[in-house]
Design a binder for this molecule. Structure first.
Ligand code: TXA
Ligand code: MG
Length: 344
């Protein structure tokens, strides 16, 4: 029989493997361990949300600052309601419309939720993920799971088990392989804790979809449209979700145009890994050209994988073609902007 090797990656692609993996992950979680699990957005680093010692291990493994709260994952609206002090009508409507799915609701916390989960704050983020594996594990544990993305703090989120194994394999007993993440970027985080709902982190569930449920005027303005407000979500730090390379976001009309723009800024085009969706440079002037779909959902599914590949190949310069300025691209544009921000 196999022991618990550090960084063991187990599969779930047959009913037998799925069941065995649920049992193994649940047993580890019940004994206070941290395991990496698939979700539909990105892979999560999970622990029993009600056990502060287990949650502390997540912070240690990720090198996550103590002021950054973690999301609590549930497998029913009732379980979510137990984690919060109030379950407003807007939460009920949004949960009915989008759960299970890539939407995190920030609400006043219940006294049951330990301080370390909320970073000592008065609110907690809750989400019911749609990936069947994490749903089965939460049901088997019968407690909610605290889970940030399964990457070292400030690095790229993982969208497959290999990404997790490369970055955190030596630090955790188990990584469950649930396939490539279907959404590919992190959930939309929506603050419902005071006043009108406010998007703290845009995602695939975008402004228009939220407004369709909340009704006109149901959303406070997006970050960036107002004067600087206090830091409500530490994930809104300017540099985040970043690959190791220098990242530029540019528009170009042809490969000559791109090459001359880079040269004019004293970048060497031969070093550039270009990620393009509309104007695909064909000339062999660049180190590599990746073509990514011009469709927001397909783009989201593919982008982190491309950025991880650039990291693996020790790219020095990544040039991303700017994405459209429409609501369905907001979540992607946000991640690209943070990936390209200079160090603070
Ligand atoms: O899709 C996702 O949300 C993934 C998967 C694993 O569920 N999780 C994820 O977690 O992206 P993390 O910790 O990497 O990002 C959570 C974001 C952070 O920006 C955090 O600051 C914010 O949500 N957040 C969590 N709880 C919050 C709260 N109570 N108030 C404000 N922001 C909160
Ligand atoms: Mg994260």
């Amino acid at each position: 029989m196999k022991g618990n090797h550090i960084g063991e990656v187990i599969s779930t692609h047959t009913p037998e493997l799925f069941k065995a993996a649920v049992e193994k992950a649940a047993a580890l979680l019940k004994s206070g361990k941290v395991v990496a699990l698939p979700t539909e957005t990105v892979y999560g680093l999970a622990a029993n949300a009600m056990d502060p010692i287990a949650v502390a291990k997540i912070y240690e493994i990720k090198g996550r600052p103590a002021h950054n709260p973690v999301i609590v994952h549930v497998c029913s609206r009732e379980m979510a309601a137990r984690c919060v002090r109030e379950w407003p009508e807007a939460a009920e409507r949004l949960a009915l419309a989008f759960w299970p799915g890539p939407l995190t609701l920030v609400l006043p916390r219940s006294a049951l939720v330990p301080d370390i989960v909320t970073a000592g704050g008065p609110t907690v983020g809750v989400r019911w993920p749609s990936h069947p594996f994490i749903q089965a594990v939460i049901a088997a544990c019968d407690f909610p799971l605290a889970a940030p993305s399964a990457n070292p703090s400030n690095e790229l989120s993982p969208t497959n088990a290999q990404h997790v194994a490369q970055k955190l394999g030596s630090k955790i007993p188990l990584i469950v392989d649930g396939g490539q993440s279907q959404i590919g970027i992190e959930s939309t985080v929506l603050d419902l804790s005071s006043g009108p709902a406010r998007i703290l982190r845009p995602g695939i569930i975008h402004e228009e979809s939220l407004l369709a449920v909340l009704g006109p005027g149901g959303l406070a303005r997006m970050p960036g449209e107002t004067a600087p407000s206090p830091l409500r979500s530490p994930g809104l730090l300017r540099k985040h979700y970043a690959p190791k390379a220098r990242v530029l976001i540019r528009n170009w009309t042809s490969e000559e145009d791109l090459a001359s723009q880079l040269a004019a800024e004293s970048f060497s085009p031969e070093e550039a890994y270009v990620i393009a969706h509309t104007h695909i440079p064909l000339r062999k002037d660049f180190c590599r050209v990746c073509v990514i779909p011009h469709d927001a959902e397909a783009y989201a599914r593919a982008i982190y994988n491309e950025l991880h590949r650039c990291d693996e190949e020790a790219a020095k310069l990544i040039v991303l073609e700017k994405v459209p300025d429409t609501s369905e691209w907001q979540g992607i544009a946000d991640r690209l902007k943070r990936a390209s921000a200079d160090e603070e």
